[in-house]
Write a protein that binds this ligand. Sequence first.
Ligand code: ZN
Length: 294
Amino acid sequence: VEILEVGPRDGLQNESVLFTTDQKLELIERSVAAGARRIEATSFVHPRLVPQMADAEGVMAGVPRGNGVSYSGLVVNRRGYDRAVAAGVDEVNCVVVASETFSRRNQGMSVDEALDVVSTVVAESASTPLKVSVTVATAFGCPFEGEVDPAAVQRIVRRVGDLGVDEVALADTIGVGVPTQVRDLALMTTTQAPDADLRFHFHNTRNTGYANAVAALDAGATVLDASLGGIGGCPFAPAATGNIATEDLAYLLARMGVPTGLDLATLVDGVRWLDDALGTPTPGQLARAGLFPA
Ligand code: ZN
């Protein structure tokens, strides 16, 4: 199972402490040292909307190379895609939101306009080695509209599957999902987009994140997003809290005999550094509780 480290983007984007570019690069270097091989390094969105990511080009210019790590940049429009390509990302992660209200608040466009962006990105990247991933946000519930109709998620998944994206991720943006939803959405996605890799993105807002992660593996997901320390949230979703923590997920999977390639002790060192840098303990539990066996 591959753990996609999203701390430098989804994590830091919602922290009140603004990291310098050097601090972001240290977070990335520590993740690489712990064994991370896919990292969402930054997002290419307008700095007025997400000031924490204003140094996207600077981050990409400084990431360690020659180590087999694939760096992803989040994009929500054509301008962001062009910036991401110029900055040298290995992957672009497009976002399509399953609810209209959140789509307009998060990226200032309708769901269909976001699908048009994906179509453009797929066409533009067709002759390049760039990997294209699509995250379907609010797939489990919306902070403004409440329950999200699975048919709305299905429509998006089928469309991006038809476009030929490399990977589809279902995101529980506000941490309301439960394992039965994970199973249903996984089955729907492998049916509607059979050629795409299946990834899930969980927030642990209501403590269902790790149960959801195990359900996702059981349902055939090959990639899970997580952030070191469990930092993060979403600036456009009220009361959203962090992602599931990379170190807690890696511990859980290691004890289940599922290899992730991550070194737990190095992750815990990284969490200690992150706690210091943020000036507050991060939500993950492993760094507090300690490794087992010691
Ligand atoms: Zn998220």
